[in-house]
Design a protein around this ligand. Structure first.
Ligand SMILES: [Zn+2]
Length: 83
Protein backbone atom coordinates (compact mmCIF):
# COMPACT_ATOMS: atom_id res chain seq x y z
CA UNK A 1 0.00 0.00 0.00
CA UNK A 2 1.24 3.46 -0.90
CA UNK A 3 1.35 6.07 1.82
CA UNK A 4 2.12 9.75 1.65
CA UNK A 5 4.57 11.44 3.95
CA UNK A 6 5.11 15.17 4.23
CA UNK A 7 8.64 16.46 4.57
CA UNK A 8 10.03 19.95 5.22
CA UNK A 9 12.37 20.72 2.29
CA UNK A 10 14.49 23.03 4.49
CA UNK A 11 15.42 20.62 7.31
CA UNK A 12 14.12 17.28 5.95
CA UNK A 13 12.01 16.73 9.05
CA UNK A 14 8.52 15.25 9.09
CA UNK A 15 7.42 17.40 12.05
CA UNK A 16 4.81 19.42 10.14
CA UNK A 17 1.69 20.92 11.65
CA UNK A 18 -1.31 22.58 10.00
CA UNK A 19 -2.29 25.82 11.68
CA UNK A 20 -5.46 27.90 11.38
CA UNK A 21 -4.96 31.45 12.65
CA UNK A 22 -7.86 33.88 13.09
CA UNK A 23 -8.32 37.32 14.57
CA UNK A 24 -11.57 38.72 15.95
CA UNK A 25 -12.82 42.06 17.24
CA UNK A 26 -15.16 41.75 20.24
CA UNK A 27 -17.50 44.65 21.00
CA UNK A 28 -19.18 45.49 24.32
CA UNK A 29 -21.91 48.15 24.45
CA UNK A 30 -21.16 50.71 27.15
CA UNK A 31 -24.18 50.85 29.44
CA UNK A 32 -24.90 51.85 33.07
CA UNK A 33 -22.99 48.95 34.65
CA UNK A 34 -20.07 46.91 33.34
CA UNK A 35 -19.41 47.24 29.57
CA UNK A 36 -21.47 44.77 27.52
CA UNK A 37 -25.26 44.37 27.72
CA UNK A 38 -24.82 40.87 29.17
CA UNK A 39 -22.28 41.96 31.81
CA UNK A 40 -23.75 43.40 35.02
CA UNK A 41 -21.71 42.76 38.17
CA UNK A 42 -18.44 41.80 36.58
CA UNK A 43 -16.87 42.16 33.12
CA UNK A 44 -16.53 38.78 31.43
CA UNK A 45 -14.77 38.95 28.07
CA UNK A 46 -16.73 36.01 26.64
CA UNK A 47 -20.04 37.86 27.22
CA UNK A 48 -19.67 40.10 24.18
CA UNK A 49 -22.38 41.89 22.21
CA UNK A 50 -20.78 41.50 18.80
CA UNK A 51 -17.92 39.52 17.34
CA UNK A 52 -16.40 40.27 13.94
CA UNK A 53 -13.89 38.00 12.31
CA UNK A 54 -11.08 39.95 10.69
CA UNK A 55 -8.31 37.85 9.22
CA UNK A 56 -7.85 34.15 8.87
CA UNK A 57 -4.82 32.32 7.67
CA UNK A 58 -4.17 28.64 7.17
CA UNK A 59 -0.62 27.46 6.81
CA UNK A 60 1.68 24.54 7.40
CA UNK A 61 4.53 25.06 9.84
CA UNK A 62 7.59 22.93 10.43
CA UNK A 63 7.90 22.43 14.20
CA UNK A 64 11.64 21.81 13.90
CA UNK A 65 12.88 24.82 11.87
CA UNK A 66 9.83 27.11 12.05
CA UNK A 67 9.46 27.57 8.29
CA UNK A 68 5.91 28.33 7.20
CA UNK A 69 4.39 27.15 3.93
CA UNK A 70 1.08 27.87 2.21
CA UNK A 71 -1.20 24.91 2.98
CA UNK A 72 -1.63 24.31 -0.76
CA UNK A 73 1.96 22.99 -0.61
CA UNK A 74 0.41 19.82 0.85
CA UNK A 75 -0.64 19.05 -2.72
CA UNK A 76 2.67 17.95 -4.15
CA UNK A 77 5.45 20.22 -2.88
CA UNK A 78 5.82 18.81 0.65
CA UNK A 79 4.67 15.37 -0.37
CA UNK A 80 6.80 12.30 -0.66
CA UNK A 81 5.37 8.95 -1.70
CA UNK A 82 6.43 5.98 0.40
CA UNK A 83 6.46 2.36 -0.74
ZN1 LIG B 1 11.86 22.34 8.76
Amino acid sequence: MEKTQYICPICNNTNLILRYEASYVYSYVIDSDEPGLKNEEEFMSFLYDKREQKDTRTFVECVTCGTQYPYTFLNGILEQKMQ
